[in-house]
Design a protein around this ligand. Structure first.
Ligand SMILES: Cc1cc2nc3c(=O)[nH]c(=O)nc-3n(C[C@H](O)[C@H](O)[C@H](O)COP(=O)(O)OP(=O)(O)OC[C@H]3O[C@@H](n4cnc5c(N)ncnc54)[C@H](O)[C@@H]3O)c2cc1C
Length: 423
């Protein structure tokens, strides 16, 4: 159900959905016909205190629209994911991270208050320290603790609306990871893009991107363009995505990084949300579509498991065309927040039936052995028994949920698959 009045929409809903950018089943109904509230039209900005840098908005407000509004005022949402087409509610429910996770943590670290409809219908203003546990369960709780109606956030003040960006290529995984960690000690935004198809001594080669907000004396006087979209016009036939073209694509990217300006000024939309410039980019994966898989392995186990992840994909001939590696600096504060200190790897996996399931099973075994986690906002195929091994925090989350919602009125396809809820 869609509409502008989220308070009314959530009265009988079993779940709230934002812009549907979660890759798996987190925003999907637990069964056909279950009522899911769609928040996207409940998108009003309710208050903006420019002096104190505080924003209050309805949960359906999109990051892209908020960023447009804020950048001209030299303010920014302090943590942004790789797409601007997400809602505030969806960002909180997944406790999203961005390129600055190593210094800024997750979006939950910047939340001042939430207005939340609980499973019993009650509406509460969650404002710590009073509702600390409820807030912690809601951050990263994938919408299972209540319907977020409004969000109050602390914003960042920025020196200019431009990003100063540098890129550097590395020939192997060790070089790439070392550079990523080195750059993260000095730069607020870092990420790397890796050629997941490269093997042998080139395994893990890729590009490290680092950035910071440009100072006024470095930035042009005019404001940068706001996300211009070129739509992907049709579903590519699957032959177009055979390993060869994926390889060519990876090469192209590396070449661009080498010959392009090593240092450049970038519009924030291009820097933070590169895929948003190509509307419906997911169609590039053809009719069968794709999923994403994101894991984090603890820093103390070293880089071995990251290499194993790529080797396992190659052994299984999984044509992964996009792999992103990023270092995480600290734990998210939510009971089920994904980030923890370590290295996170994000992989696009074209869907190919049982082969993809088996690949995810194998990746999960590597992550379990390393003591890592998987990201629920990206998950479609993790098995419940693997999830239990991956998540020692699961019981604490379920206990909080039992107190809030003993009948489990709020549930989703994900909670049926992984948390043992009835559909
Ligand atoms: C191209 C791309 C890049 C991405 N990059 C990143 C990244 O860098 N970092 C990162 O952390 N994530 C990333 N993501 C994942 C994305 O940020 C999350 O899945 C986010 O939750 C999506 O927000 P949404 O509004 O689309 O929510 P949906 O996908 O609609 O919902 C996601 C979850 O939030 C819950 N939810 C949504 N709105 C509410 C509400 N009002 N109240 C309660 N629960 C609610 C839903 O029930 C569901 O469990 C990326 C996704 C894409 C497609």
């Amino acid at each position: 159900m869609l509409g502008e009045d989220l308070e009314a929409l959530t009265r009988d809903a079993v779940l709230t959905r934002g812009l549907g950018r979660a890759y798996g089943d987190a925003a999907m109904p637990p069964r056909p016909g279950a009522i899911v509230a769609g928040s996207r039209f409940a998108d009003r900005v309710l208050a903006l205190d420019e002096d104190r840098g505080i924003l209050r908005a309805e949960a359906g407000a999109s990051l892209a629209r908020l960023s447009t509004l804020l950048l001209t005022r030299r303010l920014a949402v302090p943590v942004v994911p790789g797409t601007g087409f997400v809602t505030l509610g969806g960002m909180i429910a997944a406790d999203v991270h961005g390129k600055n996770q190593h210094v800024a943590g997750t979006i939950g670290d910047h939340v001042l208050a939430l207005r939340l409809r609980l499973a019993d219908g009650q509406i509460v203003e969650v404002r710590p320290p009073e509702h600390e546990t409820l807030l912690r369960a809601t951050l990263g709780g994938m919408g299972l603790t209540g319907h977020i109606l409004e969000v109050e956030l602390r914003l960042d003040r920025i020196p200019s609306p431009w990003i100063l960006e540098e890129r550097e290529t590395y020939g192997d995984l060790d070089g790439l990871l070392a550079a990523l960690l080195r750059d993260s000690a000095a730069w607020p935004f870092t990420v790397s893009w890796t050629d997941a198809l490269a093997s042998g001594r080139s395994l893990g080669r890729g590009v490290v991107m680092r950035g910071r907000w440009a100072r006024p004396d470095e930035a042009p006087a005019h404001d940068p363009p706001q996300g211009l979209q070129v739509a992907f016009p049709f579903d590519l036939p699957s032959w177009a995505l055979q390993p060869l073209s994926g390889h060519a694509f990876n090469h192209l990217y590396r070449a661009a990084a080498r010959v392009g300006a090593r240092r450049r000024l970038a519009a924030p939309f291009a820097f933070f949300h590169p895929l948003d410039a190509i509307g419906a980019w997911n169609r590039a994966y053809g009719r069968r579509g794709f999923t994403q898989y994101q894991c984090v392995v603890p820093r103390e186990v070293g880089t071995g498991p990251v290499a194993h992840v790529f080797e396992e994909l190659q052994r299984r001939r999984v044509p992964c065309y996009l792999a992103v590696i990023k270092d995480f600096g600290r734990h998210g504060t939510g009971l089920l927040s994904f980030p923890r200190p370590g290295i996170t790897v994000t992989l696009d996996l074209p869907l190919a039936g049982d082969e993809t399931q088996q690949a995810v099973d194998a990746l999960n075994q590597i992550v379990i052995a390393a003591g890592g986690r998987v990201y629920l906002a990206k998950d479609l195929l993790t098995r419940p028994e693997h999830f239990r091994s991956l998540e020692p925090r699961f019981d604490a989350f379920q206990a909080a949920r039992r107190d809030l919602d003993p009948e489990r009125r709020i549930h989703s396809a994900l909670s049926v698959r992984l948390f043992g809820d009835d559909a």
